[in-house]
Design a protein around this ligand. Structure first.
Ligand code: ADP
Length: 164
């Protein structure tokens, strides 16, 4: 039987423990999860795609069931290219739901053969977003315990006055 693959797409600017939580939960259902960094031309990112790839690769370690990649253009085209059957997204709070529903329905309209799966994050990650991590770090606050070690190191490089 073909391995069941899911793509976990996002900006990952930077990856947080919330994203990693969703990836590991996804592995209970799928044989393989591909963490795929999408390029959103409308977003002004702190990290380059190369920096994001390096941080994610270091954070997931040597797990043969997790792949790390990046893509340009439509997510559904990428999903078909890697032969995945699912898109994995995380839900934190009710406010995520509206945007996630729009995205899932648009992706279905673009490509009917892929399903979007939503998983609930751990209670501890409910308030964690890449934006709040960057904002806190830029203002000098500690984000220890909310992001993997590789991200902490990179944030410290960008914001040397950040507490660790
Ligand atoms: P985007 O910029 O497309 O929202 P993100 O990288 O912020 O991409 O998020 C990618 C996915 O990870 C989304 O499904 C988002 O809901 C989920 N996610 C982000 N932060 C968390 C978290 N703390 N817990 C669970 N899921 C999360």
């Amino acid at each position: 039987m073909e391995p069941k693959k899911a793509v976990h797409p996002g900006s990952f600017d930077p990856i947080t423990n919330g994203h990693l939580d969703i990836v590991h939960r996804g592995l209970c259902v799928f044989d393989k999860v591909i963490i795929a960094i999408g390029h959103n031309p409308l977003k002004n990112d702190l990290f380059t795609t190369e920096e994001k790839l390096a941080m994610i690769r270091e954070s997931v370690g040597d797990n043969p069931r997790i792949e790390v990649d990046s893509f340009e253009g439509l997510l559904v085209d990428y999903v078909q290219k890697v032969d995945a059957c699912g898109i994995l997204r995380g839900l934190r709070v009710i406010s995520d739901f509206e945007m996630e529903l729009q995205l899932a329905l648009m992706n279905r309209r673009l490509y009917d053969e892929v399903e979007t799966f939503f998983l609930m994050t751990d209670f501890n990650n409910l308030f964690v977003s890449s934006t709040i991590i960057k904002t806190t770090a830029a203002a000098g606050g500690s984000v220890e315990g909310l992001v993997p070690e590789a991200v902490l190191i990179k944030l410290k490089e960008k914001f040397p006055h950040m507490k660790v």
